[in-house]
Write a protein of this length. Structure first.
Length: 319
């Protein structure tokens, strides 16, 4: 049977019958109208449920909106820094691939320039890159692909990669020849070493791929505005003692939470970027803790994988 439609007034009446209180009912009605009952109550109300569909005594609608905004803020933070990672990844890949395949105007359109063990995966990748060139070379508006074809008679990877999606560049990395993959991994090893004040960490290709796969999953999640609270990635991120021990992460425990992605982002962001991200998330959590009264806010943090120990360590000083 189809779910019956309920007016905003009926929605508020239903919530009152479920033991939810309102500070300003009219403000709550406006919020429900503009944000969707399901996206607010069904997604975030579960943190405040006592039994069945009944809210814990004292639960106020404002607390649900606070969790809603917190989830939105965390998504915005993750998206901002994943975009930075995407730009860096594209630049490094374009450099080392182009260095290894000089002389050919379109080296990324030939299967022999990729890992020969992955031909069936390479063919769709090459086709997608060819389609990008076709699309923008015939576009009515000016663009860099059309310019390079007209002026230089070719389109280098460092140009076309600007038109590639994060998924395409991750697939590109997976199919590069191993020496080129190693050079990319070495660059991210240097970033992680600098961030942790070390010089002995060597990321392997399998680590980079593992982290990129989960970053891609989170990037797609937030890009489609789905909630991150409670989200678990399909695969565990690979464990690196030198990195994960800083967060009391157990090598035998699952590593699929948002916090586990937060950890491995340190491999791709420069030190100041990571500190900025860390401190911004800490600030948002501090604000959440001030506004949630009915339940322990750690219940919400647990759904992301952030621990009280991480929070108690505080912000990282910026130099």
């Amino acid at each position: 049977m189809a779910k019956p439609f309920k007016t905003i007034d009926e929605q508020c009446t239903l919530l009152c019958s479920r033991n939810l209180t309102f500070t300003k009912t009219e403000d709550a009605k406006r919020f429900l109208l503009t944000n969707n009952y399901y996206n607010v109550v069904n997604c975030y109300g579960k943190f405040f449920i006592d039994h069945g569909d009944v809210f814990i005594d004292g639960t106020n609608f404002n607390e649900l909106t606070c969790v809603h905004y917190f989830d939105k803020e965390i998504k915005n933070i993750l998206f901002k820094y994943i975009i930075e990672i995407e730009k860096r990844l594209k630049s490094i890949i374009a450099y080392y691939f182009s260095e290894a395949h000089q002389g050919d105007p379109y080296p990324y359109l030939y299967t022999h320039n990729f890992n020969s063990n992955n031909i069936l995966k390479v063919a769709p990748l090459i086709s997608s890159l060819s389609n990008i060139i076709k699309k923008y070379s015939t576009a009515l508006t000016n663009n860099s692909i059309k310019h390079y074809i007209h002026v230089h008679k070719s389109v280098p990877l460092w140009i076309i990669c600007n038109y590639m999606s994060f998924g395409q560049i991750v697939l590109f990395y997976k199919n590069m020849k191993r020496p080129e993959q190693n050079k990319v991994a070495k660059e991210f090893s240097a970033i992680l070493n600098e961030s942790l004040g070390r010089n002995d960490i060597k990321l392997q290709v399998k680590h980079v791929i593992s982290y990129l796969d989960n970053l891609l999953e989170i990037r797609n999640l937030v890009a489609h505005n789905n909630k991150v609270l409670g989200y678990k990635c399909k695969q565990n991120t690979l464990y690196i003692k030198e990195l994960h021990s800083n967060y009391n992460a157990n090598p035998n425990s699952p590593r699929q939470s948002v916090f586990d992605i937060f950890i491995v982002m340190r491999c791709f962001l420069d030190k100041n970027q990571y500190i900025e991200m860390h401190n911004t998330v800490h600030k948002r959590i501090k604000n959440l803790k001030k506004n949630i009264k009915t339940i322990d806010p750690d219940k919400i943090l647990d759904s992301l994988g952030f621990s009280q120990i991480w929070y108690d360590n505080g912000k990282i000083p910026q130099k």
